[in-house]
Design a binder for this molecule. Structure first.
Ligand SMILES: [Zn+2]
Ligand SMILES: [Zn+2]
Length: 145
């Protein structure tokens, strides 16, 4: 494996050093487009963080005007709903099993934090990349408009 590491410009770790494997892995996955490859639709992002799910605010419905995006049943006054950070409301029995499977809002695909370190690294890297693209675009616009 030494040759491979040298080729990639990585130094092998000495005794007692802890590899930042998760970070490496996240970079690899991103660079090779693994998450995209495995794909939305084919592979769901990991479950939402239990801490986040346990702390989702509850809201009691006052007026029935919306329906739950999962079961499409209209909320009734005094129904208790769980509110996601994107402000979408769901029956707890509809959203909790969903969030135990994946971290996205079923309505708008807003992503919640997960307990999956790999995925979090990937998500942060993706956000940084997006930010960088936006910065470049802003710079470009300020220079050429
Ligand atoms: Zn529902
Ligand atoms: Zn949403």
């Amino acid at each position: 494996m030494a040759g491979y590491f040298e080729e990639m410009g990585w130094t092998e770790l000495g005794d007692g050093e802890t590899p930042n494997q998760l970070l490496h892995l996240a970079r690899l996955l991103r660079d090779f487009g693994m998450f995209e490859e495995l794909g939305e639709g084919k592979r769901l992002p990991p479950p939402a963080s239990k801490r986040i799910v346990n702390n989702l605010p509850e809201l009691e419905i006052k007026q029935a005007e919306e329906s739950c995006p999962v079961c499409l049943i209209e909320f009734r006054p005094s129904d208790k709903t769980k509110v996601l950070p994107c402000d979408h409301k769901f029956h707890p029995q509809c959203i909790l099993p969903w969030l135990a499977k994946t971290n996205t809002c079923p309505f708008c695909r807003h992503e919640l934090e997960t307990d999956d370190e790999q995925y979090e690294e990937y998500r942060k890297a993706k956000l940084r990349e997006k930010q960088r693209e936006e910065d470049i675009e802003t710079l470009h616009n300020s220079m050429f408009s």
